[in-house]
Each structure stands twice: as C-alpha cells, then as structure tokens.
Design a protein around this ligand. Sequence first.
Ligand SMILES: Nc1nc2c(ncn2[C@@H]2O[C@H](COP(=O)(O)OP(=O)(O)OP(=O)(O)O)[C@@H](O)[C@H]2O)c(=O)[nH]1
Ligand SMILES: [Zn+2]
Length: 355
Amino acid sequence: MTLQDLGYNDYFEKLRIDNNLEDFEIGRVIAEHKGRYIVKNEKGEFEAEITGNLRFSAKSREDFPTVGDWVSLLNYETDFVIIHSILSRLSILSRQAVNKFGELQIIASNIDYGLIVQSVNRDFNINRLERYLTLCFASKIEPIIVITKTDLIDEHNLNDLLNKIKTRVKKIPVVHVSNETKVGMGELKKLLYKGKTYCLLGSSGVGKSSLINSLTGENRMKTASISEGIDRGKHVTTHRELIPIINGAILIDNPGMREVGITGSSDGLESTFEKIYDLIQHCKFSDCTHTSERNCAIQLAIEKGQIDKSHFENYLKMEREKEHYESTVVEKRRKDKDFGKMIKHYKKTRKSNKY
Ligand SMILES: Nc1nc2c(ncn2[C@@H]2O[C@H](COP(=O)(O)OP(=O)(O)OP(=O)(O)O)[C@@H](O)[C@H]2O)c(=O)[nH]1
Ligand SMILES: [Zn+2]
C-alpha cells in the first residue's frame, strides 16, 4: 500500500516540504487508543507514541494526533515509531460535547466527504439532516446525503421523500440505496473517489455498518479486530479505524464517530441556511425578528413559497442553540480562568505566610 492509497497527495507533500520535513518518513494515524497510536505507511503498520517535546508543548487536545492525521516519524524500529509532528489538518471533525476546559473533543481529521446517512423509515428527519449538514460545513467536510433501506418503501413514497429533501436542501448530492437489494449502490460508488477520505454520520440503526460491508465487499465487522503482538509482546486488540473501501477510497469509522453530537450547535449555519442568510441581508428592517413583521423579506419569501416555513423554523431553533452554546462556552472559560487565578493567589499567599 502506497501513501497515496492512504490518501496522501500533493497538498500534504507541499506541507511536508514547507515544514522542512523532507528527512522524515510520513505516515497516517489509523487508530488511537489512550495516547498510543497505530501509524501506517508504505512500509507497514507501526505502534507509535509522540515525542516528549510534542507532549510538553501541547496546549490543547488539538495538539495531539488523531485518526486521519498525517504525521512525521522518528526512530524506526521493527514495529515502533515516534511521532515527531502533525501536518496541519485540512478538516477536523469534533464532538460537540465540551470537556471541562471548554474544548471540543476531536474525533478524526483530514476527512474529505461526510456521508450523512438516514433511513427511509423512522429515522428520516429533515431538521436532523440540516444539523448534520451544518456539522459538515463547520468541519470543512463536503456532505453527501445517503438515504438507506429504500427496499422498505415503494417508489411513490421514495420520490415523495426525495422531493421533500430537494425543497429544503440545495446543491448537495443525494443518493438512495438499499443494503438488502443493493439497488442504488452504483450511484453511491460514483461518488467515491480514489484517495479521498470519507466518514459516515447518522443515528444508530440507519444502516452504517451494513453500508460499510456493502462498500468493502466483505464482512468487516468480523475482520475489524486483529490481535497483534505489538507493544513488545503484550497482545492488544486494535480496531483499524481507517478502512480501504471500493474505488480506492478510504473510510474512517471509530467509536467517537458514532457519538458525534448534533445537539449542541456549531458554525456552518451560513452554508446550510444560505438562502435565509441572504434574505436577512436584504430585509429592509434593520431590527427585524423576521417572525411577524409585515413586508419582512423572510416572511414574504415564505408566503411566495420561495423558502419552506419549516426550513426557517429550523434555522431559528439552531441559531438560538448556537447562541446558548456559545455563551455557555464563554462562561465556562471565564469560570475556569477565575478558578485558576484563585489557586494562584492561594499558593502565593501560602508562600508569603510561611513564617
Ligand atoms: N431492510 C433493510 N434493512 C437494513 C438496510 N440496511 C441496514 N438494515 C438493517 O438495519 C439494522 C441496523 O443496521 P446497521 O448497519 O447495524 O446500522 P448502524 O447505523 O450501523 O447502527 P449502529 O451500529 O447502532 O450505529 C440491521 O438489522 C440491518 O440489517 C437496508 O438497506 N434495508
Ligand atoms: Zn425581516
């Protein structure tokens, strides 16, 4: 397997040269577990740890490697390497859950496309679809909508559902598949490009694992755990979280991915609600709430059927959440800072009161 097969390209090669890393080997992080990593390159798979320097200079979670990262390597041993640096990331997917330092939890990096998966039955929900879109835009990941389990409804109902998506979601590819009959798989395959990295986003039970099996052509869930003699004799079970799929594309799937939160809000609303942002710019009332004012640009557009009322309502909801989310993060940071100051002050007075 070459670096290109793992997703390496001219962009990262330029980064390597610009950062004077020509003398280093390069690899991609394919798994992470409690500060230990598996890195893969054309020479094989290696267990890895970060240099002390990287550890001590790290200011936040973002400064540690994550699955999908391209890293420069030191100290080649038979099966062990040291991660010397992380090439700057093209995209970062993080969990909206905020840790005690007010940081997001990073799930994976350098993902090109996000397959947003919803099934035609109970799970189908356009508001949620817009949430996932927003998450993708905020993460710099290109979204593709994949509707699954199409074998469970007839053609008429499927078209209804696809039309519903079309009226609310513009400019995003939508494909529909069945993991049972494999209908539509050909269309999805056309969107899987060689050397591009994908991830699957969607609720539990929508058919993500089945889709992985369809796209790898093997029962991955059986082959995922490989017990190997890494860590010098100690046997650990490692899940490779970066999976080669058809067409030479790459899929990142890890436990965190399944928990990607879409409850908190994020940036990216401008792209999901592009038309609404545009209309707001053109609303002639500067202090308009766009909810009840007469001749408000938004209200007029809704009346004329240019935008969907439910689309606008989802926008309002997500905007409110975003504001709430941002204020809690600011508040949290302020409190942590105050606490830090208090500790400092306490230590200082304790010192000066020594005798
Ligand atoms: N009829 C039908 N059933 C499907 C299809 N895809 C998946 N299923 C079934 O739906 C159930 C859930 O599928 P999974 O692939 O495990 O769903 P998942 O998204 O991976 O779920 P989590 O692992 O919980 O995140 C299983 O019983 C599958 O057999 C499909 O295209 N058609
Ligand atoms: Zn208005």
